[in-house]
Each structure stands twice: as C-alpha cells, then as structure tokens.
Design a protein around this ligand. Sequence first.
Ligand SMILES: NC(=O)c1ccc[n+]([C@@H]2O[C@H](COP(=O)([O-])OP(=O)(O)OC[C@H]3O[C@@H](n4cnc5c(N)ncnc54)[C@H](O)[C@@H]3O)[C@@H](O)[C@H]2O)c1
Length: 420
Amino acid sequence: MSSMSCSHPEGVRSGGPSGVLRLPRTVVVGAGQRFAVASLAAGLGRRVLICTDPRLAASEDLRSLVESLESAGLAVRVFGETQAELPVPGIVACVDGLRGEDIDVVVGFGGGSCMDMAKVVSILLTHGGRPSDYYGEFAVPGPTLPVIALPTTAGTGSEATAIAVVSDPELGMKMGISSPHIIPEIAVCDPELTYTCPPSLTAATGADTFVHLVESFTAITREPTSALASERILIGKNTLTDSFALDGIRRVGRSLVTAYKDPENAEARGDMMLAALYGGVALSNAGTAAAHAIQYPVGALTHTPHGVGVGLLLPYVVRHNFDVVRPQLATIAEALGRDVRGLDERSAAVAGVDAIDEVIAAIELPPTLEALGVREQDLPEIARLSLNSKRLVDNNPVPLDVEAVTSIVEAAFAGDRTIR
Ligand SMILES: NC(=O)c1ccc[n+]([C@@H]2O[C@H](COP(=O)([O-])OP(=O)(O)OC[C@H]3O[C@@H](n4cnc5c(N)ncnc54)[C@H](O)[C@@H]3O)[C@@H](O)[C@H]2O)c1
C-alpha cells in the first residue's frame, strides 16, 4: 500500500483529473447508420418492440426500419402511441397491451419522449410494477431488457443517459427515474433522421443540448470521494465529462444556427447530433443545474417546450453564477469562437456570457419569461417550486435558496442582463 493511500483512508485525493463516466455499451454515429440497427438488434435477441409516436409511426423512416429488422429475421412489434412528455397512463397502457408477449429488445425511435418510453417500458417488462416504483435515483433493482436508442431530434441526449423523465398526472409534475441500469445498451445516432425537424423544433431541441453542455461544464465540483460513483448519479463537473461538454459547445457554436436555417445541411445536422450525444453524456454524469430546475415549474405553467424554457433561462443563470465560474466562461468564450487573448479573466468571462447570449438570440427564442407567457405574480411560486428539484439545485455552482432563485426569475422576467 502506498503512503498516499495510508494518509487518505477514505479515498479522498485532491488535485489531478477525476471523474465518473457511465455510457452505452455501443455508440454508432454517422449518416445512414440507422441501417445498422437490424444487425445490432439481431445480436441481442429475436423479438423486437419499437416504441415511437404517431407522427414517426407514419413515417417512411419507420417503415424502412421495420423492413430492415424483418429482413434480418426478427419479429417486430410497433407501439406507435407514445405521447410527448411521456404521461404515465400512456406507458402503463403500452405495457398492459403487451401482456403475454415475449420481447427481447426495445427500440426507442424518436425524440426524448420515445427513447424514455423505451427505457421505462423495458424496466416494467423486466421488473414489473408501475413507473412510480422507480422514481428517484438507484431504485431500478437490476439490469433491464436491452434498449436501442435511435434519436430523431438532436436535443435530449437520452440515447446516452441514465435518466428517463415521465409526466405524472397524479403528482401534477414531471418525475425522473435515474439508474445506471437504464442507459441504452446501444445508441445509434444518424443525423439524417433529424432533417425533417422544422426550425422551431431544431431551435428548442438544440437549445436543450446547449444548456446540457453549458450547465454540466459550469456545474458544482465535488470532492472525489470513493463513494461518489455509488452514491450519486450526477456527480458534478469533472474531467471526463468536461471533454465531451467542451467539444459539444464548439459544435453547437458552429452549427446550431445553420441547422436552424438550413435543415438539410449535412455538416450542421451531423455536428448537432454529436453535440446532443455529448450533452447526454455530460448531463447524465456531471448533471445540469438552475436553468433546468427553474424550467420545470415554468414549463408546467406555460405549456412551452422544455428546450425553449431552459434556453431562455441560461443567460440569466450564467450571470447569477458569474463570479464562481469565470474560468469556465472564459473557456466557453473560446469554444464559441471568441478571441480572448490578452483579456483579463473577468473580460474573457464576459465574452463567454456574450457568446452564450448570441447563440440563444440567433435561434430566436423568446428573450424573457414575460414573453414566454409568465405573469409577474407567478414568480414567487416558480421560485418556490424550482427548489423541489433538489438534485439539480444542489448541482448549481452557487448555493441556491428561494431568494437566489427569485433574483434569477425576476431578472429573466424583466430581461435584466446586468452582470453584477
Ligand atoms: N432522458 C433524458 O435524459 C432526457 C433529457 C432531457 C429531456 N428528456 C425528455 O425528453 C422529452 C422531450 O424530447 P424531445 O425534445 O426530443 O421531443 P419529443 O420526443 O417530445 O418530440 C416532440 C415532437 O417532435 C416530433 N419529432 C421528433 N422527431 C422529429 C423529426 N425528425 N421530424 C419532425 N418531427 C419530429 C415528435 O413527433 C413530437 O411531436 C421530454 O419528455 C423531456 O422531459 C429526457
């Protein structure tokens, strides 16, 4: 035993790289790679369930996916009724309808809603019960049926995450299931599947990706104890996820606006698909923070897309956190193409904030909570409810209480972009 480990019996070290990385077993990226799904699925079993939504169930892409699976000798069952934002009754109806059928592999084909549907269905088919039995962290007791995630939006990164988000009408809120057991076995990221996303969807989902990347890169840093990987899903900013986050931010900076304006631009769509995957890796291991915590009550109140809400909030959140994340913001400035040579740390960090503002403005998100439909009298309730997302609040680099969140939402309501 080295003298190092004797002097640190709990396994705590300071300095040097540290991190946790939980990933799909196989990740395949590239234009046309959706046609790899058939042979990959055949390596996992013979009976395949595809979870998708009504729009995609009617698409040519779904038809050719089913055809390729059947040509590989697989039996295919399609559930095409996945609802956006994943209400629990729809998940239960899917699983109840499968009673008595044997399934070996579950494919999630679509945006985050369909990929999360595949994850939750695979939990229920394996372990029984209802989605609520698995809310929170580490509640899934063991491995599940393998999931193949095939995203059609470049946004949530669910193809790489240990997370599924459902809408629980009984609780009146969105709930998360987080477990390493639900990371897809295989992620197949084919940017051609995103060409049909209209500009508003590209903006909302691209903003979601951008916020995953920036919030993970600016999250709290925790002491690397030996219990970190077993006690937490979201461990905070760390060396391993930083590489993904930074490369993802670069790709968003050079390609989100192009994908928004020119939907069939292969290079931009490819960059955004990769950025979304990297955002998933970063968010699933490091974790997001205040913008995500605040969006949940905002989304419930205004019925606006998650990505629009988090994207709108990001400029205000980075301003609130400014003093403790200056070095990170300076690095983000460079990643977004700003020349920060010769600038002092504060000026370089301000350039980072400006560059973040520019990305959000270029995809024409509403600039304030007021423009999103929030009323001034809703702000205290939004601040109070934001604190319910404890694991996200705890992941913010600056401690958040009701006063702090109130100051963020007041600034976001009024469009106050002062850096204090
Ligand atoms: N599991 C995670 O790690 C994670 C992370 C973030 C968000 N989420 C969840 O993901 C869900 C949101 O996912 P999303 O933003 O991808 O949207 P979505 O899956 O809800 O889809 C939104 C709409 O876009 C359509 N769509 C999808 N792909 C399309 C395409 N290629 N062309 C045209 N239309 C297309 C869908 O049919 C649907 O009508 C939410 O439930 C959110 O809570 C999950």
